[in-house]
Structures are given as C-alpha cells and as structure tokens.
Design a protein around this ligand. Sequence first.
Ligand code: NI
Length: 308
Amino acid sequence: MPPAAWAGPRPSQEGGSIQSSVLHTQAPPGDDSVPGEENIPIEEAPAAEEPAEPVEEEPYVRVIDPAAPMVALTFDDGPGKRTGELLDALEEHRAHATFFEVGRNVAQYPQPLVRMDELGCEIASHSNAHRDLSKMKKRTMLAELDAADQAFISAIGRAPTLVRPPYGAVNSTVKYASGRTMVTWTVDTEDWRSQDAQTVVDYVQSLPNLDGEIILMHSTYKSTAQAVAVLVPWLQEQGYQLVTVTELLAYYYGELPQPDHFYGYTYFANHGRTDAPIELPSMYLPEEEPEAPPATPPRSTRKKRGES
Ligand code: NI
C-alpha cells in the first residue's frame, strides 16, 4: 500500500516544537479533517502573513552504533488490540522492535503493518494459524508458512525474512528445511503468565545485562503495552539501542539471516558480540515525498526499510 498516512499530517500551528508535533500528530486512518468550526481549512490560510516555506526539519536518519549496547524487543501473536499502543510507545521514543505476526490476524487487520513499516519496525512471521509446526509433515508446514506469506504480501507487498515458530516448537525440519530463517528468543518475560505490567517491568529490570538479547513479549495483553511504555524509555536511559532482530543479528552477531538457519538459545549462548559487524546501508530507502505537499513539513524524513 502507498504510505497514505503521509497525505494526512495536520498543520502544526500551535508553536510547539516541530519535533514533538512530528512525533505526535499522526492522523488516524481516513481522518484528514477535524470536525469543528475552529478548524480552518488549509486553503484559506493567509499565505502572506505566515512564512510559506516549510520549516527545515533535521532529517531523521537512524544510526546504529555497533559498539554500543543493543537489545531487540519482540512481540508475538498480533496484530491485535494492543498493537497500536505498542507502536505509540515505540514511535514516541524512536525505538524499534520486531513483530512476529500471525498470518490470519494480518489478513484480518493489515493496517498496523503499514504503520510498523513506516516506523522502521521489522515485520516477521509467526506462521499462519499459530499451530505447532514441529508436529506437521514438512509439506503441511510449508503450506502453513506459505499461507502466512501470502497474508503479508497482501498487507505490505512482501513476505517477511524471519519466522518465529509458535510455542518455540521446533524439530530439525522446522529448523533447517523450511526455506526460512527461524528465530526464537533469549529472554522470556512470561508476560502471558503474569499479565501484570509491574511483574514484567521488574523482571526485565532485574536482569544484569541485556546487551545482545532478544526479549519475548506478546501483542495481546494490556499489561504488556503498559510495561513497554515504561521499559522503552528505561532501556534507552540504560544506554541500550532498541533494534530489530535483523539489525541485532547484523550489528551485534555479524550475521545476515539465511534461509534454513535456526537462531535459538544454543546459537545465542555460544555467540557474543562480533568483531565484524555487518552494516545494513541499503536497508533504508528514500521515502517518497508526498505529492503537492501542504505548507507543513512531512511528518518525518525517516527513510524506509527495504526488503532484506
Ligand atoms: Ni505465539
């Protein structure tokens, strides 16, 4: 889908900082005008009195420091009711995460994936129907993964690179013969068990070192969204860069995701920070300028994630 949200940024005339307006004025889908008498149409704004030039905004280009601490937040089982709240927290802090989404949910709610893409989050597969892949014949497993891919292609025009097997359940076929890159996690918050934000926050904050870790959470719990709103700024205050799983593999472990590879506890336990980080210079493509831009800066000049 085209980045339709770009057509809808509202004019910021309140004198607040550009930065905060950039971060907080995303119009809801389809809502490009606010009802109300005080809402002056853009066309009638006097051109001579206000400077018509768009305010030059500092371009926002992500820079990942391969030598600095980094951690990958991951959210499974969406898109769902809490996906928007998770994205709000990530966007507010310019943080990035990976969403392992269920294909049949994507087919039902494709819109959040467009926003994930715009924010530079990584979209990954969590199968089509969240069934245990390790109990399937290979042919069935492949059909299940293909069905998920079709849902992603319909939503965002491409299939994900990474797959997280439901329940983390794998056998050698799932690990090494799916044609995909399988990734599990290294830190399990068990957010589904407690469904308590403070428990999740306390657990993550109790861990001595999160550098290079992949943290498992779920898109489905209000408690998780509440925990993430606390943990994202906290992690950044601790000096962690919040990166996607592919970014973590490249910059921290020095690997690019390969098909028929499995990244699980054993891999991560046996690998540390690489001496040869892989930069991903081509992962961001220039964002298309909106046509006939209004006299307001684009919401952001963030570059967009490409296929990898
Ligand atoms: Ni799951």
